[in-house]
Ligand binder design. Sequence first.
Ligand SMILES: Nc1ncnc2c1ncn2[C@@H]1O[C@H](COP(=O)(O)OP(=O)(O)OP(=O)(O)O)[C@@H](O)[C@H]1O
Ligand SMILES: [Mg+2]
Length: 282
Amino acid sequence: MDENNKNTNQEFEDFLDEELDNKFDSDIDELQKTKVDNKRIKKIDQSKKRAAIDSVFDERTVFTLNRLLVNGPLERVKGIISAGKEANVYLGYNLKGEEVAIKIYKIDSNTSKWMRNYIIGDPRFKKIPRNVSKIVFLWASKEFKNLKRAHKVGLSVPNPHFIKNNILIMEYIGFESIPAPLLKDVKKPKDPIELMNELLSFIKNLYHKAKLVHGDLSEFNILYHNQKPVVIDISQAVSIHHPKAETFLARDIKNIFKYFDKLGIETPSPNEFYYKVINTDN
Ligand SMILES: Nc1ncnc2c1ncn2[C@@H]1O[C@H](COP(=O)(O)OP(=O)(O)OP(=O)(O)O)[C@@H](O)[C@H]1O
Ligand SMILES: [Mg+2]
């Protein structure tokens, strides 16, 4: 690495440190004084937060993120929304000062192994790289493409803005600095029957209009925003021509029906719904 890059990296790391040490906590405190769902703001202990940042920000990711901050489309990274096994999601701002969600996939050899299974068999991906970071980049671009495809046909998913290597920038779903809650954390959705119908239409339209099956659809991957569902985490979604598409579809349907069952809602027959999806033309 040349001296210039080293400096830029160092500068960026310092910037992040400052962001994390000062801004995150004070922003959160400010918000806690305001409104909405205070429970959504978890006090993340400083060391955990640092560990999450360190594990996702390998040198190359730091470099890529820095480029996005210097050349756009990012203006700043504010704080972490979620630290997960495969990816961390951050709240950031674009050059217009609008909130964006930044999903950064970790370069990790374990996750790249199962990622391969989803990529193999998808006719959209002909060449499968061996290199761990290339698989993760492909995975991130898969989520970007899937989001684009679903968004283009009017489905309720975040609008994807930008992808660079393992960094995906998309529409932020939330109210100011408070991200929308996951459906699993919503005690009582306002109109569960309407919500169920919207989710069943989502499954059907994703299949027929976007020609995709989500593959990990459940209350853990649905945000509840303005009393409407917004489906996220669509990286593992496969083309309806993928050999496992129907298995994934059956699993998605099972999960959604189970969720509404638990809410005490009378659901149609999952089998019937499954056949309706795969046998109708639209
Ligand atoms: N566009 C968005 N706007 C607001 N919050 C988001 C957005 N995308 C993701 N999130 C938040 O980040 C969390 C993790 O996102 P996502 O489900 O896409 O990642 P993941 O692949 O499940 O990560 P992991 O499996 O490693 O936890 C979500 O549960 C949600 O709370
Ligand atoms: Mg998820």
